[in-house]
Design a protein around this ligand. Structure first.
Ligand SMILES: Cc1ncc(COP(=O)(O)O)c(C=O)c1O
Length: 342
């Protein structure tokens, strides 16, 4: 029996049916464009997003990086939130590998206010790195897994268009956002020039991300994927998991949101401080009392519940396909027992 693992939705293990799809996948050399399963996945992802083309990449980090490098040249600026995954958690790849200047803005609302975009679009002048791109993140990981609506994102996207910027969405969990708003992911994709989404998070695949956009743009991103070492050979084994995930695992995401809501309610009823998110998805952030926070993750792990150590007293729990309703309720019991010292 595996522990109840709420560290992240990246921890899922492929189901038997998904493994069978992988086992049976037809493959070829994808660097030659000859892997039929990768080609099928790429066509499917593009169609789902309502975009012309897509490419399969090994990770969301590489997807975002290839996306940014295909939009911006060296010394050009990408407007990104200070709380965004791209800025905080992707090793500064855009600057390190592409010479792209991060123009940071306040995204503590989960969105980028147009005024922040205006401030970073400076007049053409030798002093300034010209802004070329706005990056948005939805759902927003650090902002509690908040799901922004297409209408809310449009305000930021329009703010960027006004200045002639391209728009990229880090939609690692865009299907969670669409589930929360009961809308089609196309409504988000239609706002952007490029969107990256992960197969290896809520959708339950073991590996991989998709980057979608126009044919010309994806051609440039493909070049970057190769330069970044992401050109894979018989990748159909992994792409088959992605095809399976898109066919079977998007409609069930609301179950993860319901389980997260149960955890939120259970912890709040038990007297813990749980962050209130206007439109929550599969994440719960709570603050353990200072006396308990330090080693709470260690003590809960001994009882079969995993989550990461508190960062600044803030603890994140993430529900996913391998967490049942019963396990969500059990997680609440374990945390409350440990916080109260039982
Ligand atoms: C919002 C967001 N974007 C991108 C990524 C990167 O994905 P990967 O871990 O596949 O590189 C993550 C990973 O957790 C994420 O949460």
């Amino acid at each position: 029996m595996y522990p109840i693992d709420l560290k992240s939705d990246t921890v899922t293990r492929p189901s038997k049916a998904m493994r069978e799809a992988m086992f049976n996948a037809e493959v070829g050399d994808d660097v030659y464009g000859e892997d039929p399963t990768v080609n099928l996945l790429q066509e499917k992802a593009a169609a789902i997003m309502g975009m012309e083309a897509s490419i399969f990449l090994p990770s969301g980090t590489m997807g975002n990086l290839a996306a940014i490098l295909a939009h911006c040249g060296r010394g050009e600026g990408a407007i990104i939130g200070v709380n965004s995954h791209i800025y905080i958690n992707e090793g500064g790849g855009l600057a390190a590998l592409g010479g792209v200047v991060p123009l940071t803005v306040d995204d503590s609302s989960g969105l980028v206010p147009p005024s922040e975009i205006d401030d970073n679009c400076r007049p053409v002048n030798v002093h300034f790195a010209p802004a070329r791109l706005l990056c948005l993140e939805n759902t927003h990981n650090r902002c509690g897994g908040l799901a922004a609506s297409p209408a809310e994102m449009k305000v930021s996207a329009d703010g960027a268009r006004k200045h002639g910027l391209a728009v990229h969405i880090d939609g690692a969990r865009i299907f969670n956002a669409a589930a929360a708003w009961k809308c089609d992911v196309k409504e988000y994709a239609s706002l952007a020039d490029s969107i990256q989404f992960c197969l290896s998070k809520g959708l339950g695949a073991p590996i991989g991300s998709m980057l979608c956009g126009s044919k010309a743009y994806i051609g440039r991103a493909l070049h970057w994927r190769k330069k970044l070492g992401g050109g894979l050979r018989q990748a159909g084994i992994m792409a088959a998991a992605g095809v399976y995930a898109l066919d079977n695992n998007t409609a069930r995401l609301s179950e993860d949101h319901e389980n997260a809501a149960l955890i939120t309610k259970g912890l709040s009823d038990g007297g813990l401080e749980v962050e209130k998110i206007s439109v929550p998805t599969n994440m719960v952030y709570f603050h353990a009392p200072a006396a308990a926070a330090g080693d709470l993750h260690v003590r809960c792990a001994e009882k079969g519940l995993l989550f990461n150590a508190a960062a600044g007293g803030r603890i994140r729990l993430v529900t996913h396909i391998d967490v049942s309703r019963e396990q969500a309720l059990r997680a609440v019991e374990i945390i409350l027992e440990e916080v109260s010292g039982k």
